[in-house]
Design a binder for this molecule. Structure first.
Ligand code: SAM
Length: 172
């Protein structure tokens, strides 16, 4: 397996240790999800491009994952507190479209989200604020020649169940 980039390593480290289900949305090469397969979590690989998912199916041998070739706005999640949904390497508007479909389908949306949009970061933040998400953490990292912002968020009603409530530092 190829080495995870610094950006993907940082995203991986942000997944809550309590998490049992991880959605690698817009997964492309699936590096992040693949790196989780040795852990106990169930991993869902999702990408809109069918041949990407076909190639992943052929290269991954694990009974603890599923592959879905579809638009991530169409996913059916388990909606659990121990479920993490990752969206990285896509534009802010794609993140917003996926989040919007989830909040419309699940009024009590319990999962945690780790978002690393490549563009329109402020638009994503405005959307999150307007839609009752609480910021658990924001990291800004440098990976080679780029800076990346990584947001970890949850719907307000479920943000306080996390075992390490370092959100309070950011809520001051
Ligand atoms: C640059 S790759 C990101 C790969 C990986 N997540 C990362 O951060 O390194 C973007 C991927 O998102 C997929 N994608 C874009 N829009 C999507 C959507 N609405 N649903 C599912 N996949 C999507 C593309 O097919 C592409 O493979």
């Amino acid at each position: 397996m190829s080495k995870l980039s610094f950006r993907l390593k940082k995203i991986k480290n942000l997944i809550s240790s309590e998490s049992n289900i991880v959605w690698d949305l817009c997964c492309d090469h699936g590096q992040l999800g693949k790196s989780l397969l040795q852990n106990k979590q169930k991993v869902y690989f999702v990408d809109i491009v069918p041949h990407i998912i076909d190639e992943l199916k052929q290269s991954i041998v694990s009974s603890n994952c599923e592959f879905q070739a579809k638009d991530a706005t169409k996913i059916i999640i388990e909606n659990r507190i121990d479920e993490s949904i990752i969206m990285a390497g896509v534009g802010g508007w794609t993140c917003i479209k996926i989040l919007d479909s989830l909040i419309n389908n699940y009024t009590q949306l319990k999962s945690e989200f780790i978002l690393a949009p490549q563009k329109n970061l402020q638009t994503v933040k405005d959307y999150l604020l307007k839609n009752d998400f609480t910021l658990i953490s924001e990291d800004i990292i440098q990976d080679k020649k780029n800076y990346y912002n990584i947001l970890k968020v949850r719907r307000k009603a479920y943000a306080y169940n996390i075992s390490v409530p370092y959100w309070s530092v950011y809520a001051l």
